[in-house]
Design a protein around this ligand. Structure first.
Ligand SMILES: Nc1ncnc2c1ncn2[C@@H]1O[C@H](COP(=O)(O)OP(=O)(O)OP(=O)(O)O)[C@@H](O)[C@H]1O
Length: 804
């Protein structure tokens, strides 16, 4: 139970017995619980209600207060193994209750180990997205409200420093991999040596390419002796992943392997075949016909989401529209997630950022306007509806060229989808409206162009070429259907990799390099020219800036003019001028600049290529040009006082004697790496030892203080009052932080005694007492339903505050 000290004083007579008695009883209960867990027979599991499971009182009460009574299939199979400490590889359909399947064992296993603040981090829960991490954290808050563990959410969006200060004291952390690793590498006070459990929710996504190396690095920081739980809706038993996470004889807990379909039976799944240029018409007509529904529409990129959202918003379909994609600020994303969860009828346009794990209540329709990259993504997307025994419908839009390939992929994953047709009579064309809007509003047109480009790129980078066939797409008509006057020109990178590009959306997809010739040629025809296209096509680009003309017009400009003339014949992207010497920058005569040979140059710098307006401007600023000047050289002196370069070239013959250059290079790199690793290890060990010493000292101090306090109050001066504990709001207030009561009353005399000053909670600011007590009272009434954060700020405060 949550050890909340009430501050009540007992008479000297009663003092000696109360606390030790209670402690003894608790110890006995705990021993019983440990025994019961040992006795669990996982093969004959008949635990169909939480009440029948051997659970601690705080967890049982938390589950009951959150209205969880019966176990779902994955919980029936997973929780007993989890309680017994086994590693788990869990797979179950979307919406089948996997979150509790790992949260219950987390709380219970730490509880049975008598985990306290002083023991540090006990469980680490990794989630691939921030939204999912927040959702897991909220469920943890609910069911863990009567525990005294401290729990935190580490998802970025807060300053590293702010999180850092609180991180050291957390028992359970829910986090995204990137941010966690950042702390592990940079936060000295963060320790995971004691970690007991590692959980990966949506494990397959976390083990996906984008996260692989991050997860590897995180795991390196964790102790090998730990329990590891992996859960996902679409999991494979990839041996390499298991080895990487050092799972020990994992229990394969799968509740849909034998099922005929990989998706919930309450989900009705259909697909329609529609040419790309008609997609938006159909989507629009669909929305108009379903104004009283909650609809989630998936697109393959954020830019499409933005364009369709903006365009449809202007056209007012009659249903509230929202949009969500990875480029929005975290606070905005949270806000939209909450709003969409709360509404009954609305439509959310989104990317795959919400495809996994998010538990929006009562979604009626999941529409996949763009074909998912694979069958797993399909399963996760449709899993946003038909959750926990509810009904739901999903419709996949397929381009004729995608139909055969995608259906094959779905079949391989035991996903059964039925074809339906669109009623032509009800289909409304919005092409003209969109064209009109794009014509009037250049911003919208710009969004449309971006949307077009990102769609084409998304198809190009797909790995499954049996499904995605860029050359078969009617791109010109598609661009017209977006309201654009022509298909924008697109350039692609050579040999780009689908997943790494998808996982690095912020990485600019450079347009330099080589193009996809066929498509490019196709697209170049009738291409819409952007501001930049026009800029590069300007015929008078090579007209010198005034400043530069003056600079070179110093009597002897024949050379420059010659260069200029030669360049004029080149293509528009060719180099117009080269300034190749610092002296010209310093304003010395251009003649010098142009006639100096490389042998003459002492402080040679990389040639400055003047091929754009920006660079021409640069010529006007001496300060900026100075940056291009060669910096001074570092020399080292030998014992005789002769100067040497830091790295001097050795004699070639000598060099060759030591073997071929690549092998020497490899050797050098290996040696350097080893040197760095050794140094790093030593640093880490020293830092750890220091921290450990500090922690030991702190523990000893706190123990001494606790003991002397106990002695002072007389043994057992403060007692536990179970019913009131809950009201006092152990976990209710601050997650799982314990608090001391304020309004303590002396039992004997009924006299009010000054309350021990309690620690300020995350939701409190410096309010007056009255306001605080009102606040406190309000929360008391909320103890059963668990107060939800009302605003984004509340949630933010909660996220950061619980780290304290
Ligand atoms: N034992 C239970 N009794 C009643 N409702 C439950 C139970 N377990 C889970 N739920 C509810 O079912 C819904 C889905 O649960 P959860 O989010 O854990 O599913 P999931 O399997 O993780 O889904 P996904 O694969 O999409 O992440 C939630 O709304 C949750 O509150």
């Amino acid at each position: 139970m949550a050890p909340v000290t009430t501050g009540q004083k007992k008479s000297p007579k009663s003092r000696p017995s109360a606390r030790p008695l209670k402690r003894k009883r608790d110890e006995e209960d705990l021993d019983n619980l440990i025994q019961q867990v040992q006795d669990i027979n996982v093969r004959e599991s008949d635990y169909d209600t939480f009440a029948r499971l051997p659970l601690s009182q705080p967890t049982a009460s938390g589950l009951e207060a959150s209205h969880f009574k019966n176990l779902t299939d994955i919980q029936k199979k997973g929780i007993p193994h989890g309680l017994k400490g086994s590693d788990i590889l869990g797979a179950a359909k979307t919406g089948s209750g996997k979150t509790l399947a790992f949260l219950v064992p987390v709380l219970e296993n730490l509880y049975r180990k008598r985990w306290t603040d002083l023991d540090g981090l006990g469980a680490l829960i990794l989630s691939p997205t921030r939204e999912l991490a927040i959702q897991i954290f909220e469920v943890l808050r609910k069911i863990g409200r009567y525990h005294t563990f401290s729990a935190g959410l580490v998802i970025g969006g807060k300053s590293l420093q702010e999180e850092r200060e609180r991180l050291g004291r957390m028992n359970i952390l829910v986090c995204t991999p990137g941010r966690m690793l950042q702390h592990m590498d940079q936060t000295a006070a963060f320790e995971s040596d004691n970690l007991q459990m590692l959980v990966l929710d949506e494990a397959d996504r976390i083990m996906d390419m984008g996260f692989q190396s991050t997860v590897d690095a995180i795991v390196e920081h964790l102790p090998k002796e730990r329990q590891t739980l992996l859960f996902s809706a679409t999991q494979t038993k990839k041996v390499s992943d298991l080895a990487r996470l050092s799972l020990r004889d994992p229990e394969y807990v799968s509740v849909h392997e034998a099922a005929s379909s990989a998706t919930p039976s309450t989900l009705q799944q259909n697909y329609i075949v529609t040419p790309l240029p008609e997609k938006l018409d159909i989507l629009w007509s669909f929305l108009r016909a379903n104004l009283k529904s909650k609809i989630l529409v998936f697109f393959s990129s954020g830019k499409q989401v933005r364009f369709v959202y903006e365009a449809f918003r202007h056209m007012q379909p009659g249903i509230p529209l929202m949009h969500l994609h990875g480029r929005q600020k975290q606070t905005v994303r949270l806000d939209i997630t909450n709003k969409f969860s709360a509404t009954k009828n609305s439509c959310l346009f989104a990317t795959d950022v919400v495809a996994r794990g998010l538990d929006f209540p009562a979604v009626d329709w999941v529409i996949q306007l763009d074909c998912p990259e694979d069958a797993d993504t399909y399963i996760h997307r449709v899993g946003r509806t038909a959750r926990y025994e509810r009904d739901g419908r999903a419709v996949l839009f397929l381009e004729p060229s995608e139909e055969e390939g995608m259906l094959k992929r779905l079949e391989q994953k035991r996903v059964v989808v039925e074809k339906i047709n669109v009623r032509q009579k009800k289909q409304q064309s919005i092409k003209n409206q969109l064209q009109n809007m794009c014509f009037k509003d250049p911003e919208l047109k710009y969004l449309g162009q971006k949307a077009f480009i990102s769609y084409v790129r998304s198809i190009r980078i797909q790995q499954d070429k049996e499904v995605f066939k860029l050359n078969d797409l009617p791109l010109e008509e598609f661009s017209a259907s977006l309201g654009l006057p022509g298909a924008p020109k697109i350039k692609f990178l050579k040999g780009d990799n689908a997943k790494s590009l998808k996982n690095a959306p912020r990485q600019a997809v450079s347009s330099s390099g080589e193009d996809d010739s066929d498509t490019e040629a196709k697209l170049r025809k009738n291409a819409v020219k952007t501001k930049y296209d026009r800029m590069f096509e300007r015929t008078n680009q090579d007209v010198f800036a005034d400043h530069y003309a003056k600079l070179v017009d110093d009597g002897n400009n024949g050379e420059v003019k010659k260069t200029q003339n030669v360049n004029e014949e080149n293509d528009f992207l060719s180099v117009k001028r080269r300034l190749s010497d610092a002296s010209s920058i310093d304003g010395e005569s251009s003649e010098n600049a142009m006639t100096q040979t490389s042998g003459q140059r002492k402080n040679a710098m990389a040639p400055l290529v003047v091929d754009s307006k920006r660079k021409e401007k640069l010529l006007k600023s001496k300060k900026k040009l100075l940056k291009l000047k060669d910096k001074g050289k570092k020399l080292v002196y030998d014992s005789e006082g002769n100067p040497h370069e830091v790295y001097e070239l050795e004699d070639e013959a000598q060099f060759k004697q030591r073997g071929p250059a690549p092998s020497q290079q490899a050797k050098f790199l290996a040696a350097e790496q080893e040197r760095l690793q050794t140094a790093d290890l030593a640093d880490k060990q020293a830092a750890k030892a220091k921290k450990k010493e500090k922690r030991e000292k702190r523990k000893a101090r706190e123990r001494n203080a606790a003991e002397s306090e106990e002695l002072e109050e007389g043994a057992g001066a403060a007692i536990l009052v179970p019913d009131e504990e809950f009201e006092g709001g152990v976990g209710e207030d601050a997650g799982f932080d314990a608090i001391a009561r304020e309004d303590a009353v002396d039992e004997e005399g009924g006299r009010e005694v000054p309350a021990k000053k309690r620690r300020k909670k995350w939701f409190e600011d410096d309010l007056g007492d009255e306001t605080q007590s009102k606040h406190h009272k309000r929360r008391k009434h909320d103890d059963v339903t668990m107060q939800e954060p009302e605003t984004l700020e509340d949630l933010e405060a909660m996220a950061s505050g619980l780290l304290g």
